[in-house]
Design a protein around this ligand. Structure first.
Ligand code: 5GP
Length: 175
């Protein structure tokens, strides 16, 4: 059990279950990308631990970079737009694997992929540790999913509540 500010979180997915699933995903990606040298694009801050664990278990030549997604109010009519920060590498003709912590409404990952696509990569795949199908608002093809979960607020293993809780090895859920 973990209490952060006014909220209490209880065990949900153990570190061992997470690590076993990460190994499975890494093995699958290593098979799928044999001979391709993909560029792993981790989305900060939430995916930092998942991206690192996935990356270190890939057995193929591969590279890693990290981006941050900033929300900003563009105009009244367009609403909130998201901008990618921190991508210094060229993605042209690269095989990209975007690594997210969680796909909730799907809006973030869709925007990230749309913007990456503008750089003409050879391919884009999405790997997400967690997926909440019930919350999805935008159709999105997820290539690698760690765990499908119900529509509840989770924290740990990179995911935060108000900046805290990212450094737990287990994933916990709001009580
Ligand atoms: P989406 O654009 O898919 O709605 O949102 C994705 C982002 O929302 C994630 O990268 C994450 O930062 C945040 N998010 C969505 N659900 C949760 C959750 O249950 N727990 C935490 N800590 N963050 C979440």
């Amino acid at each position: 059990m973990l209490t952060i500010k006014d909220k209490t979180f209880v065990p949900f997915i153990t570190a061992e279950t997470i690590q076993n699933r990460v190994l499975e995903l890494a093995a699958q990606i290593s098979l799928d990308y044999a001979g391709k040298q993909p560029l792993i694009v981790g989305v900060l801050n939430g995916a930092v631990l998942f991206a690192a664990d996935l990356f270190r278990n890939l057995t193929i030549p591969c590279e890693i970079t990290f981006i941050r997604v900033a929300s900003y109010q563009a105009t009244e009519s367009s609403g909130k737009l998201k901008q990618i920060l921190g991508l210094s590498e060229s993605v042209t003709d690269r095989h990209l694997i975007v690594v997210e912590d969680i796909v909730d409404t799907g809006l973030t990952i869709c925007e990230v992929c749309d913007q990456l696509r503008a750089g003409n990569p050879a391919s884009i795949a999405i790997a997400t540790l967690l997926f909440k199908p019930a919350a999805l608002k935008k159709e999105v093809a997820l290539d690698y999913v760690g765990f499908e979960i119900e529509n509840r607020f989770v924290l740990g293993y990179g995911l935060d509540y108000d900046g805290l809780g990212r450094n737990t090895k287990d994933i916990l859920v709001l009580q």
